[in-house]
Design a protein around this ligand. Structure first.
Ligand SMILES: Cc1cc2nc3c(=O)[nH]c(=O)nc-3n(C[C@H](O)[C@H](O)[C@H](O)COP(=O)(O)O)c2cc1C
Length: 185
């Protein structure tokens, strides 16, 4: 095996990545949704999820305005909507009316979820870290809701649905549902 220096955008080998959508409450009590594929679970106690948010986004302003958010796990069926809402800013357009977005009321927080998502996490911000042009938000999970019949104790039922992996730009992938078992040794 030999390795060569990769001279393209550094993060490309880290993709495709699962896409989530941040639902936030913005100045003027407006609701906004923004996709983010730079996300990860962080800790179990407390349950947390980190998301890297570009500080030029409207979502950044919204998260600074109100410290709660929904984190919506996108399905492959939502690829066009996700691309659309990730290509315009809530600062310029009302995404809810422009894309006819249906929302799911939250139980514990003000921002609603995005209907059709595989899972909706109700969260609140507990930590922030500025890195370069982004702010990493650490969201504590207050409640997890899943689309009934599509997620079991091991995760999404991939014979019924699929998750939305973001490649580059408008390219998305889904997961091959075939299971590959490693040997226990
Ligand atoms: C699939 C996808 C994933 C994205 N991931 C991120 C991300 O992780 N962080 C980020 O700041 N922007 C990400 N973006 C770009 C934002 O979604 C985009 O800038 C959006 O228009 C911001 O919306 P807002 O200004 O209404 O907050 C992504 C876009 C797409 C389509």
């Amino acid at each position: 095996m030999s390795y060569v220096e990769y001279r393209h955008v550094f993060y490309r080998p880290l993709h495709p990545r699962p896409t989530i959508v941040i639902g936030s409450l913005c100045p003027g009590e407006k609701i906004n949704f923004m996709p983010a594929s730079w996300n990860m679970p962080v800790s179990e106690k407390p349950p947390t999820i980190a998301v890297s948010v570009y500080r030029e986004t409207f979502t950044y302003k919204c998260l600074e305005y109100h410290p709660e958010a929904t984190i919506n796990v996108a399905t492959i069926d939502q690829y066009q909507l996700i691309y659309d809402i990730g290509s315009v800013s809530g600062e310029d357009v009302d995404k809810i009316s422009k894309y006819n977005i249906k929302t799911v009321p939250s139980k514990l927080i003000k921002p609603p979820g995005l209907e059709g998502s595989l899972a909706i996490y109700e969260t609140k911000i507990i930590n922030k870290l500025d890195v370069g042009e982004t702010r990493i938000y650490v969201f504590e999970v207050l409640l997890v809701k899943v689309l009934e019949g599509f997620v079991d104790e091991y995760g999404p039922l991939l014979d019924k649905t699929n998750i939305l992996l973001h490649g580059v730009g408008r390219v998305f992938y889904k997961v091959d549902p075939k299971k590959i078992f490693a040997k226990k040794r």
